[in-house]
Design a protein around this ligand. Structure first.
Ligand code: ADP
Ligand code: ZN
Ligand code: ZN
Length: 682
């Protein structure tokens, strides 16, 4: 019996319409129509774009209508992708169409929108078709390698290669300090896959932040490498996508969303620095690339490799428990030692009369670096010039009127700006609350540090790398490249300077304020600080020249800072896992963060309370926390209240919250956002 009915999901994000509809297939379309096609279907009194997610023989539904038209020249996704999208929409509680869009080629939603504009004559798919990868001369890349692997690298590679050959789902943690040769192992594992004609996906936290890994991979794989990241122009992404569909390219290097590239014969997925927050998407579907990778690898029988110098607590726990294979690269290539870390207590600086943002020691080291014609990196986790504006008379802090966060003072335009919503205003001369003129600016950001450093070493050439300087496309890479090429002596920046850089002449790394972030209301705050310091410290003394790290802090006894300064991941892990165990946080329990938001605080509060009432009927009282005002209680004019669910079974928690959210009285303008395995608790 022929497959007579198409199962179709509409291209509309609407709770009432998020289901699978049946349509019959007219004779003339029967030969072509298949899973993955974008189609036009009659819907209600008009028509809509839909996607074929399945084909069935029978349907009990009455009054089935015909598919009107096929829109795409070829399927946009496979049956496997549909299955993955189904899993994602269930696990992360997103609409099916939203999950499905994640697995579709880039630009599909634009086409959808154009298709819905009446009477298009222009072919919809002109762009994608004509932008197929230009040539397929498969440049071999330089397969010859310059060196032989260390014993540990060999053992790690052998274990990964065996897993690949067995074709069974497996997870390995490749644990090794920065510079221990992890990237080289990824490269050769991918090479092993390529030799077998298979496919691999290598994920990095942010492409812009790791230009060197791209260089090494493209040097090695040449035209066989697809590079795919989110802020790449859509056209280029489409080209890479079709090159992968056509199997011209089977090795993919990219960020989070590259996990959805339609790689055939997938045998290997690598996540470099798997603890990074960028692997978690903060919009629907709120997926984590690691969990998607597991799901994908289970279906494909592929090997997953998680690589890190400081694995997430969860991952290291699983490796220790034997759930993942633990592969260790214990030392840097050529035994180069990790740089010594000096912790400077900024309280003593104050006592000694130094009120500057730079400690005496950091100042001296900066001078010496410039004298020796070496390079330094300074890290400060804030951009702008001043990060708080406060009235000394009444204590009023100037906040964004749309967000409950402080405004940041930027030097260039002498304005206050909100980092969350972009609101700008003039810096006040008198306090808006008490009219006092005692306005004071506090807290140093990158701009301020730049100015201070220029005072200490006036001859130094300084580059700044932060949100402010990388607004234009490509500016990140330009700044990094000019620093690498030696056209600057000191690089000052935010997180962006902490990753992946491997620069021989960097001998000094300074962390201006290690405690920022330590006191955030997030159970991962200590872990983040530890990882950040480990990353930053790894930037110094990578090659022949010895390096040094200076960490400035007001909290030198904090265990995250103490263990990081001793390069002691194990010590940190042992301390942290105790806390996690006693509080039931991951990996010992699962979390769901529910945010209730809306413009009326009263309604938000009312809905939150009611939601908690319902949740407590379904879950034990010690698994429901809140409601509480979110740490950022107002964001872009929306008030935000949070409810945290913590329990041993994520499925039970999810069911409870989905059912409770469905049963409460809907108040106009109030939304409920559900974040499974949350990373951002603010
Ligand atoms: P990681 O990814 O752990 O930071 P890399 O793979 O980038 O480490 O290796 C650090 C440096 O050592 C790189 O410059 C790399 O080319 C080099 N390297 C890696 N493995 C070897 C090896 N077996 N012999 C010599 N040099 C190596
Ligand atoms: Zn005041
Ligand atoms: Zn704002």
């Amino acid at each position: 019996m022929p497959l007579m009915y198409a199962e179709i999901v509409l291209g509309r994000v609407n709770p009432g319409l998020d289901k699978v509809y049946h349509y019959s297939i007219p004779e003339e379309l029967a030969k072509t129509l298949d899973i993955g096609y974008q189609v036009l279907v009659p819907f209600g009194k008009s028509s809509g774009v839909g996607y074929v997610v399945g084909m069935v023989e029978k349907s009990d539904i009455k009054g089935i209508k015909n598919v009107a038209k096929i829109l795409s020249p070829h399927p946009l996704f496979t049956r496997d992708s549909v299955e993955l999208a189904k899993w994602m929409s269930t696990y992360y509680n997103s609409f099916f169409i939203t999950a499905l869009r994640a697995v579709m080629p880039p630009g599909t939603t634009h086409i959808e929108r154009r298709a819905m504009k009446a009477k298009i004559k222009k072919p919809l798919y002109q762009e994608i078709q004509s932008s197929k990868s230009p040539s397929t001369s498969l440049r071999a890349g330089k397969i010859q390698t310059k060196f032989s692997l260390t014993l540990e690298q060999k053992a790690a590679l052998r274990s990964i290669a065996t897993d690949i050959d067995i074709k069974k789902f497996s997870v390995s943690l490749l644990y090794g300090i920065t510079g221990s040769g992890k990237t080289e192992v990824y490269l050769r594992a991918a090479d092993h896959v390529a030799e077998m004609g298979g496919g691999a996906i290598i994920l990095v936290p942010e492409v812009g932040l790791t230009p060197q890994i791209i260089e090494r991979f493209s040097e090695h794989f040449g035209d066989r490498l697809a590079v795919y990241y989110s802020d790449m122009p859509e056209k280029e992404r489409q080209m890479e996508w079709s090159a992968v569909v056509m199997e011209e390219k089977k090795i993919v290097l990219g960020t989070r969303s590259a996990i959805f590239m339609p790689v055939k014969d997938l045998k290997l997925i690598v996540l470099d620095e798997e603890y990074e927050n960028t692997y978690k998407q903060e919009q629907n579907p709120r997926y984590h690339a690691r969990e998607v990778a597991f799901e994908l690898a289970k279906r494909a029988g592929a090997a997953v490799v998680l690589g890190s110098a400081s694995p997430s607590i969860e991952t290291y726990y699983h490796a220790k428990e034997g759930d993942y294979k633990l592969l260790v690269l214990p030392k840097r290539i050529d035994d180069r030692p990790l740089p010594p870390v000096k912790v400077v207590d900024m309280r003593s600086e104050l006592k000694a009369g130094n009120y500057n943002v730079l400690s005496r020691e950091l100042k001296e080291e900066l001078k010496s670096v410039i004298q020796k014609k070496e390079q330094a990196i300074l890290f400060i986790n804030r951009c702008g010039y001043f990060s708080f504006v406060m009235c000394r008379t009444c204590g009023h802090a100037i906040q964004c009127p749309r967000c409950s966060t402080s405004l940041i003072y930027y030097m260039k335009d002498e304005k206050l700006r909100c980092n969350h919503c972009g609101f700008t205003s003039e810096a006040p001369v008198i306090c808006p609350k008490c009219q006092s003129s005692q306005i004071k600016f506090f807290g140093g950001g990158t701009q301020r540090i730049e100015q201070e450093v220029a005072k200490i070493v006036p001859t130094a050439r300084i580059l700044r790398l932060d949100r402010d300087t990388v607004t234009k496309k490509g500016s990140y890479e330009n700044i990094i490249r000019s620093f690498i090429s030696g056209s600057a002596d000191i690089l000052i920046g935010t997180q962006m300077v902490t990753k992946g850089l491997d620069i021989g002449s960097v001998t000094l790394v300074g962390v201006v304020a290690a405690d920022i972030g330590l006191n955030l209301p997030d159970f991962r705050a200590a872990e983040h600080t530890f990882q950040l310091l480990t990353q930053v410290a790894g930037r110094a003394g990578r090659h022949k020249l010895a390096g040094k790290v200076i960490v400035q802090t007001y909290d030198p006894e904090h265990y995250a800072i103490m263990f990081a300064s001793k390069h002691d991941y194990e010590g940190f892990y042992e301390e942290e896992i105790k806390t996690r165990r006693s509080l039931g946080y991951p990996p010992f329990g699962s979390l769901i963060n529910v945010t209730v938001l809306g413009e009326s605080e009263r309604s938000v509060e009312q809905v939150s309370k009611e939601l908690v009432k319902f949740l407590k009927k379904r879950l034990p009282p010690d698994e429901v926390f809140g409601p509480a005002k979110a740490p950022i209680v107002k964001l872009k004019n929306n008030f935000r209240y949070q409810i945290l669910l913590k329990g041993s079974k994520i499925d039970v928690l999810r069911k409870a919250v989905v059912e409770s959210a469905a049963s409460i009285v809907k108040l106009g303008g109030v939304r409920i956002s559900i974040d499974i395995d949350p990373y951002n608790m603010l």
